[in-house]
Design a protein around this ligand. Structure first.
Ligand SMILES: [Zn+2]
Length: 266
């Protein structure tokens, strides 16, 4: 099974993880920027991180035969330091124009504050300006309210639904996300949040159109093989090869292919 992992934080993984991911069929990863486990205190610690992903992390992936792309943006959690966050966003544009940068992300809401909304809207405007896809993080608390707000803001800022990927959906939000016409990500975790089994049930109920799977695999309890493991669970649940491949390969391909810098070949 050919797999594209559309949202994974390889910065927090080892090279052994790359080796296992390649062996499990992952041919391409997209890494959105995120919180690094501690808050940053200067713009340069953000821009150093962007530079690291574009150059060092991509080389690390390619060494294992995995094609690598990134999305650059300022995460919601750190948007609450509004002065720094605005300064970071002031410095984003040169990075959005770099090779291998195929989107703006991940952006969105954490605690659903006014500061988060301001930084989210500024970055959506950049996605529109550069005609790039955006990867949007929905909050883990008050998910329904936060997702509703996100979908309204995306509409107000006029980012095309086809260029919007709303991640971290659950049973609570999947219908409203799909009804908004945007792409829906199911972020799978080994213990907390959404399990592989629940993700399979959601796909059984809502079908395979505009849905994709990812493992995020960041600093918390996580597993970079959860997309290939969910392929197995979908197979056991009776999904056809075509249905599975659509969710783990063709859908993420079609979403990111909207960026001319996504040069991965089918
Ligand atoms: Zn993430």
């Amino acid at each position: 099974m050919r797999i594209i992992e559309p949202h994974i934080h390889m910065f927090s993984r080892t090279t052994d993880d790359y080796y296992m991911m390649a062996a499990a069929g992952i041919e391409c990863v997209v890494e959105p920027t995120f919180w690094l486990g501690s808050d940053r205190t200067s713009v340069s610690s953000c821009t150093d991180y962007y530079e690291h992903l574009i150059t060092v992390e991509s080389a690390r992936a390619i060494k294992y035969g995995i094609d690598y792309f990134t999305c650059i943006g300022h995460n919601a959690k750190e948007a609450n330091n509004l002065t720094l966050a605005n300064e970071v966003v002031d410095n984003l544009e040169p990075y959005l124009q770099r090779d291998r940068v195929v989107g703006v992300g991940e952006i969105g809401f954490d605690l659903i504050t006014d500061a988060e909304e301001e930084i989210f809207r500024r970055q959506l405007k950049l996605a529109v300006k550069y005609d790039m896809p955006a990867v949007v993080h929905t909050p883990h608390q008050n998910k329904r309210v936060g997702t509703e707000k996100i979908l309204n803001i995306v509409k107000e800022e006029k980012l095309e639904p086809s260029k919007t990927l709303v991640d971290h959906n659950t049973e609570e939000t999947i219908a409203m996300t799909l009804n908004a016409g945007v792409w829906a990500g199911l972020t799978i975790y080994p213990i907390t949040k959404l399990s592989s089994e629940r993700a399979v049930q959601i796909i059984r109920k809502y079908g395979t159109d505009r849905i994709m799977l990812n493992s995020s695999a960041d600093w918390g309890y996580s597993d970079p093989l959860l997309v290939p493991k969910t392929v197995t669970n979908m197979r056991l649940a009776g999904f056809s090869k075509e249905e599975i491949e659509k969710v783990v390969f063709h859908n993420p391909y079609d979403f990111y292919k909207q960026s001319p810098k996504f040069t991965f070949e089918k």
